[in-house]
Design a protein around this ligand. Structure first.
Ligand code: NAD
Length: 462
């Protein structure tokens, strides 16, 4: 089949690559020329310098005959003339004050696609086309999308909701072997087309292929994200805090006690300074906004959002309160800039807020390191001479007063020996991910003080 993807970000590119791998002919259209240039380079490393997702570069290169990246509207129009489906993969960020979804990107793209579709087949519009929403959107989006397309003069079309459940860092794996595919449609005709597109998953015994109403698909995505976000908030704000309050408790032991209950489950059971990323925060705020407009109580939804927000403030405040650290003129290292491991995505990454906090506190130097996210970080702090970029994690740590571990990159787990052997000045360690938890006692015995999420303050023994 012929499938167009509008928006070549994480969702658009990963889904398009999997569709190409399923044998479809695919075009990805984006307005960002630089991104399209990198993604269309047919070079694995160049592709992954743009979107770091394990296996993405290989998948795109392997399917290069069936996947094209373009910013050319004429090329898109030509393709849409005979396309079977158009997948909308646009950003839907929150509006700061209210939390409402900002649908500007989506609607702009929908109007543009509508204008092209209205002229397909020499204006006859003889070929049926499905417009599929993959963005995470408000629950009534199906009717809004339909209205925009009708306004543009589009006929002979269907609108379908197909929310994306991929997890960044595992996006390709998740998209090749999803646990579910959710399709929300009003008409059998549209369900049939979607079954053809997703034949690979429709026939799979390991994939739950779920057909529901469009509103249920949209709500299912928002609620799934809220549920997971709430689990994280409980883990950080209740379990982590309990472990900080009682010195006899070790977070990892409590994890074993709790997660052995199948009803609790193991996902997300890691203490952290903050849950960042592009989805949980904005989707919880969007859900809250939508419930409020219907007159419902949103205390729990709001509190989940606030509980996450206060983790970072609490974590940073512990340096001053417990380790008596005065930030002014200090040299600080931040290990990890991505919002989580295996990704170069820095949207809502704690490292951004930490850097802003440190600059406000007038530290002398912030030396940062991340294996893949440094280029993205540079765009945000390009005009800050106090922010320096290390080529290797250990280079970031030389001559600093404080080390902050902000991302759970696995390699940070192995740092303790080098810290003990090489850092004679014994900087304060602030472990925002418990990456060094197996060595806290050693570090303390060797003269380091440690502030770690999920542990009381460890004061240096010597
Ligand atoms: P993204 O920011 O990575 O990508 C969006 C792309 O759309 C960008 O490349 C941007 O240049 C492009 N774009 C903006 N306006 C455009 C236009 N008018 N025409 C063509 N392209 C345009 O976003 P994403 O992470 O891929 O997320 C997309 C949607 O999917 C969001 O609603 C998000 O909530 C949802 N989602 C994201 C994830 C995730 O893990 N990232 C998972 C599930 C769902």
């Amino acid at each position: 089949m012929k499938l167009a993807y509008i928006g070549g970000g994480f969702v658009g590119t990963c889904s398009a690559a999997v569709s190409a791998d399923s044998g479809h002919e695919v075009v990805v259209f984006d307005i960002d020329e630089k991104k399209i240039g990198l993604l269309g380079s047919q070079d694995r490393d160049v592709i992954e310098s743009c979107l770091y997702e394990e296996g993405l570069g290989d998948l795109i290169v392997r399917n290069k005959e069936r996947i094209k990246f373009t910013t050319d509207r004429k090329e898109l129009a030509l393709f849409l003339d005979t396309a079977d489906a158009v997948f909308m993969c646009l950003p839907t960020p929150e509006i700061g004050e209210t939390g409402e979804s900002n649908l500007t990107y989506y609607m702009t793209a929908a109007r543009e696609v509508g204008a092209v579709l209205a002229h397909r087949n020499n204006g006859e519009q003889s070929r049926y086309v499905v417009v599929v929403n993959k963005s995470t959107v408000p629950i009534d989006m199906i009717s809004r999308t339909g209205a925009v397309l009708e306004e543009a003069g589009v006929k002979n079309f269907g609108v379908v909701s197909n929310p994306e459940f991929l997890v960044e860092g595992k996006a390709v794996k998740d998209s090749l072997k999803p646990d579910r595919v959710v399709i929300g449609a009003q008409f059998e005709k549209d369900f049939k087309i979607m079954r053809q597109i997703y034949q690979r998953f429709y026939d799979s015994p390991t994939v739950q292929y779920i057909e529901v109403a469009p509103e249920e698909a949209e709500a299912g995505k928002l609620l799934a994200n809220f549920y997971l976000f709430n689990k994280l908030a409980i883990c950080f704000d209740v379990i982590g805090r309990t472990c900080e309050a009682f010195p006899g408790l070790r977070f990892e032991n409590l994890r074993r006690v709790l997660t052995s209950d199948a009803r609790i489950g193991g996902w997300g059971f890691y203490d952290s300074l903050y849950a960042g990323g592009s989805c949980f925060i904005k989707d919880a705020r969007s859900l809250s906004y939508q419930l409020q407009t219907k007159g419902f109580n949103t205390v729990l939804v709001n509190e989940t959002y606030l509980a996450n927000k206060r983790q970072l403030e609490l974590f940073l405040s512990r340096a001053e309160k417990e380790a008596l650290c005065d930030w002014k003129n200090k040299n600080v290292a931040i290990l990890g800039l991505a919002f989580k491991r295996d990704s170069n995505d820095i949207r809502n990454s704690p490292s951004i807020e930490i850097t802003r906090f440190l600059l406000e506190k007038q530290v002398k130097k912030i030396c940062v390191y991340d294996p893949v996210a440094q280029e993205n970080f540079k765009h945000i702090f390009s005009k800050q001479p106090a922010v320096e970029y290390a080529l290797h994690e250990f280079d970031a740590l030389r001559d600093v007063d404080v080390i902050i571990v902000a991302t759970d990159w696995p390699q940070f787990r192995g740092l303790a020996d080098s810290l003990i052997l090489e850092l004679k000045n014994r900087p304060l360690i602030m472990d925002g991910r418990r990456m060094l938890q197996h060595r806290y006692e050693d570090l303390v015995q060797n003269g380091f003080s440690v502030v770690a999420v999920g542990s009381p303050f460890y004061k240096a023994a010597v």
